[in-house]
Design a protein around this ligand. Structure first.
Ligand code: GTP
Ligand code: MG
Length: 281
């Protein structure tokens, strides 16, 4: 399968991100904790070479906790601050704020030494589609509002949201293009809803997912999908799930498309439990 994902507007996005990068001290790079390495964007990391980057493994509530700890450690060993976050519940947001302060400390000291006014640290949030950039931004801003009372965030011009006295954040997150280097990575990004609906065959994505489940959590087939036995062939397995779920076509045959959609949805909503697709190198 080839993933058709060459949106022309990504050229424009790249230019916008380059311009935005000039205005910030720190890039908060959002990754989906279920496939953090597949969500990385080498182009951004290249463009942001002279900035500090903080890696946020968002949606960690949906990922295998032990795997997430492993990725956080792995990224830190690469010299990148990394924090696991659940933006819906606000978990980990404090640690991100701490990491921002730490990353800014040398610049702050520098301003002090030169007798300059200490200005707020400026951030931008970046990430591929659907990793939770807007939700994270709200969570970051919302926490501040809870702490300072019911005042809405102060937006200066249109471009910055004052998150706290010493922190400003660009109000529109940088949308990055996924860099797809292998078929498997494309399938993972499709599962995570990062590449658009038209770019892949749901049936193939579902078969890939069944393979992942076979390896990581085979008891789901009997316990969640209530199958009596687990077929060795993935296509057969999908048909068995179709029958069990009553996803049938008019003639009573299994409906592969509908079943594929259902299985993918079960993964996305967390019905299948906390699963991580990437593996540590
Ligand atoms: N379970 C869970 N869901 C999350 C989390 N963060 C975001 N989401 C959900 O993920 C979906 C996408 O979130 P958005 O904040 O719109 O993501 P985005 O990166 O701004 O998406 P685009 O602007 O389309 O690129 C929404 O359904 C959110 O509710 C999280 O930490 N945990
Ligand atoms: Mg958004």
């Amino acid at each position: 399968m080839t993933i058709n994902w060459y949106p022309g507007h990504m050229v424009k996005a790249r230019r916008e991100i380059e311009a935005s990068l000039k205005l910030v001290d720190i890039v908060v790079m959002l990754l989906d904790a279920r496939a953090p390495l597949s969500c990385r964007n080498p182009d951004l990391e290249q463009m942001a070479q002279r900035k500090k980057i903080i890696m946020v493994l968002n949606k960690s509530d949906l990922a295998d906790p032990a795997a997430t700890r492993g990725f956080v450690k792995h990224l830190r060993q690469e010299g990148l601050p990394a924090v696991a976050v659940d933006s819906l519940k606000g978990q980990g947001i404090r640690q991100v704020v701490d990491a921002v302060h730490q990353a800014f400390e040398s610049q702050r000291q520098d301003m002090l030494r030169r007798g300059r006014r200490i200005r707020p640290v400026r951030l931008m949030v970046a990430g591929v589609p659907n990793v939770g950039k807007s939700t994270f931004l709200n969570s970051l801003v919302g926490q501040k509002m809870a702490r300072t009372g019911a005042k809405p965030g102060i937006t200066r011009g249109k471009q910055w949201i004052r998150v706290r006295d010493d922190m400003e954040i660009m109000d529109t997150p940088g949308l990055l293009w996924p860099k797809i280097e292998s078929e498997e990575q494309g399938l993972k990004l499709a599962l995570l809803n990062i590449v658009g609906e038209n770019a892949y065959e749901e049936y193939e994505v579902a078969l890939y997912l069944l393979g992942v489940l076979r390896q990581q959590s085979p008891r789901l087939f009997t316990e969640y999908y209530k199958l009596k036995q687990v077929a060795e062939d993935d296509e057969e397995l999908l048909q068995d799930i179709a029958r069990q779920r009553g996803h049938l076509l008019k003639g009573g045959q299994p409906d592969p498309e509908k079943t594929a959609r259902q299985i993918i949805n079960d993964f996305r909503t967390g019905n299948l439990g906390r699963l991580t697709l990437d593996q540590l190198p």
